[in-house]
Ligand binder design. Structure first.
Ligand SMILES: Nc1nc2c(c(=O)[nH]1)N[C@H]1C(S)=C(S)[C@@H](COP(=O)(O)OP(=O)(O)OC[C@H]3O[C@@H](n4cnc5c(N)ncnc54)[C@H](O)[C@@H]3O)O[C@H]1N2
Ligand code: MOO
Ligand SMILES: [Mg+2]
Length: 612
């Protein structure tokens, strides 16, 4: 639940000298506490002195935490009433309609309300409201704006998700949901509606975000760790590669000052041998293997293909060879540090591919503790049975735990812990609460939709997580949920196995990569264009991520959909190379047809199933 910090400024000469006489300030404080969960209040009492009022207002406006300031008093016609005059110069924007809303409500109670000159406006990111001084007036004015305040703050803070939600409510596309459950206080906790609903409320209170917006939100919230980038930037090679002059070919090492023709083979040098320091004549050579150290007195290698064997000794070793080409200095030798010089950067650029990262470290003999986001997997569902157990009535085998763990491993991340939990609020709460002590990410499946056993969202609220979104406009994966609490991140993937598969790839993977320091463009799966092979596919109202296999026909990529796409049917991921992005249905376009080109996210390295 979000918390709002209010500033309450009582402005009255009398109250300034006798603070106990201030009834309006405490009344406002009580009204705020009754209306907003987790609200904080800062308060002060000042005389009707324009400069003092302005200084205090300015101080609060400049604070990051104070988002609403309500003044009470000093709005009337008396000579010392200067609250509006002190307030106006600080405002960046007037909110005349708010002033009007307050006036209209008050005028219904008394015509004397016309004698208040209070103003409303926005200063920086702070909403400032002038209320009159009496306790009764304060209560009436507060009632006039109470319901508007959360939405006003979402707009000021540009909180798109919550703003859209309210717009949907106001426009009626979002029926029967009470206003702003995120911020307004409630007594009743109703798990399937995040506590927002009463019994006639049958709809999710969460707006359906477009996929791109959900991903942007995730990447805005998740902290990118630059430890690995710094490690890569700063890592200088402690060794030369090669550490000695190395032969590039299997052949004969000799002096280039010599000549082609017959040479005596004085020794054989294999990879792994020490550098041979023996003197060498121009008519002598060493037999040498690829990767072996060049003898001190040789300066070129002639590959075996450019030689002819003339003689072997009595032990069968080569003793005379004919060199068929002119030896040239440096021929087929890698000088010391040719590939990488000691002291040079090991990573010319940051590269987070586990293959690249680990093999480069290995190549310079560095064993580095690599930072990796710590991830746990939680599967929820009282119906879940471990795959190794015999069937039990009413139970199904748990595939999500294995699938999500294997996906993490496939993409180079570890699974620190895994838990399978029944649909029980207390169990889920205590498991998640403990788990976040040791991991950064929890990737959970199940329990995010509309059932009365879908406890994930209420648990997150109880654990003081901020729910960034609870639905995404996509198929499969609609109830996809993302929440955070400081640097801890929760992905509530829908329980249907294919929904979990798709949302892992589109949201959880990019987030983990981002936390790991990857460039944004690399966080999501690569996107390619494919031409549709299927005759006609009915479009869904939601944009759909369809599992399909890819055929390369004369270098052009084509894709055919893998059978029934219901989100419970895990068979649709078999042979799935890509997720084709089918757009949502419109009046003008109801089908996707053969030959049309669509974007598709590449699921795996081996993403071409057939060549024709
Ligand atoms: N009234 C509504 N009901 C549902 C809606 C809706 O909008 N209104 N959304 C549907 C969609 S879409 C999805 S997706 C699912 C998501 O459900 P939950 O995330 O709450 O998941 P559960 O209800 O726990 O399970 C759904 C389904 O998946 C099976 N499951 C769960 N975990 C696993 C696992 N580890 N391995 C294999 N299978 C698993 C579970 O048995 C259910 O059949 O909600 C729809 N409902
Ligand atoms: O989004 Mo659900 O994942 O359509 O089945
Ligand atoms: Mg459910």
């Amino acid at each position: 639940m979000e918390s709002i910090t209010f500033g309450i400024l009582t402005i009255s000469d009398t109250c300034y000298h006798e603070p106990v006489k201030d009834r309006s300030g405490p009344r406002l404080k009580a009204l705020i506490a009754e209306s907003f969960d987790n609200s904080q209040v800062v308060s002060a009492v000042l005389p009707d002195e324009r400069d003092l009022i302005q200084r205090e207002l300015r101080k609060w406006i400049d604070r990051d935490d104070v988002s609403i300031i309500i003044t009470t008093g000093g709005t009337g016609f008396a000579p010392r009433d200067v609250t509006p005059e002190a307030t106006k110069p600080l405002l960046d924007k007037d909110c005349n309609q708010l002033t009007l809303a307050i006036a209209l409500t008050s005028l219904k109670k008394t015509k004397f309300a016309a004698l208040s000159r209070g103003v409303c406006g926005i200063a920086g990111n702070t909403l400032v409201l002038n209320f009159p001084g009496s306790e009764k007036a304060v209560a009436e004015c507060f009632e006039a704006v109470r319901e508007l305040l959360p939405h006003a703050l979402h707009l000021i803070g540009n909180n798109v998700a919550l703003v859209q939600r309210t717009h949907a409510e106001v426009q009626g596309t979002f029926q029967n949901t009470p206003a702003l459950p995120q911020l307004l206080k409630r007594d009743h906790v109703c798990p399937h509606k995040t506590g927002a609903g009463d019994d006639i409320d049958r709809n999710s209170p969460f707006p359906m975000l477009p996929v791109h917006q959900a991903l942007d939100t995730i990447l805005d919230v998740v902290q990118r760790n630059n430890v690995r980038k710094q490690q890569m930037d700063l890592l200088l090679s402690p060794v030369n590669i090669p550490p000695f002059r190395a032969s590039i070919k299997d052949g004969y090492a000799m002096k280039s000052s010599g000549f082609s023709g017959t040479k005596r083979v004085v020794d054989c040098i294999a990879a792994g041998d020490k550098v041979n320091v023996h003197p060498l004549q121009e008519d002598e050579c060493f037999k040498i293997n690829t990767g072996a150290p060049i003898p001190t007195h040789a300066d070129c290698v002639v590959q075996v293909e450019d030689t002819r064997l003339l003689q072997r000794d009595k032990y069968g070793e080569e003793s005379l060879v004919d060199i068929l080409v002119e030896p040239k200095s440096g021929l087929d030798i890698r000088p010391v540090g040719y590939d990488l010089l000691k002291g040079d950067k090991v990573f010319p650029a940051a590269d987070y591919s586990p293959v690249v990262y680990k093999s480069l470290l290995a190549s310079v003999g560095v064993e580095q503790q690599q930072y990796k986001p710590k991830v746990a997997i939680v599967s929820t569902g009282s119906e879940l049975l471990p795959p190794q157990e015999p069937p039990v009535a009413g139970k199904i085998y748990d595939s999500n735990t294995t699938m999500l763990k294997e996906l993490l491993l496939y993409f180079g991340f570890d699974c620190r812990h895994q838990f399978v939990l029944g649909d029980d609020l207390a169990t889920i709460k205590s498991c998640l609460s403990n788990l976040f002590d040791t991991v950064d990410f929890v990737i959970c499946s199940g329990g995010v939709s509309m059932g009365d056993k879908d406890y994930i969202k209420p648990v997150l609220e109880d654990l003081q997580f901020k729910l960034h979104f609870g639905r995404v406009n996509m198929k499969p994966g609609k109830p996809m949920t993302f929440a955070s609490r400081s640097n801890k991140y929760f992905f509530g993937l829908p329980g249907n196995p294919v929904s979990a598969f798709v949302t892992f790839h589109l949201f959880a993977l990019p987030a983990i990569r981002w936390a790991d320091g990857w460039e944004r463009v690399k966080c999501s799966l690569p996107i390619i264009n494919v031409s549709l092979l299927n005759e006609a596919i009915e479009l869904d109202s939601r944009p759909e991520y369809v599992r399909a296999s890819v055929t390369s026909i004369n270098g052009q990529l084509h894709a055919s959909v893998n059978g029934n796409q219901i989100s419970s049917r895990l068979q649709s991921i078999v042979g799935a190379d890509v997720l084709i992005h089918l757009p949502g249905r419109t009046a003008a376009k109801t089908q996707a047809c053969a030959g049309e080109i669509y974007s598709a996210s590449v699921l795996r390295y081996d993403f071409i199933s057939r060549y024709e």
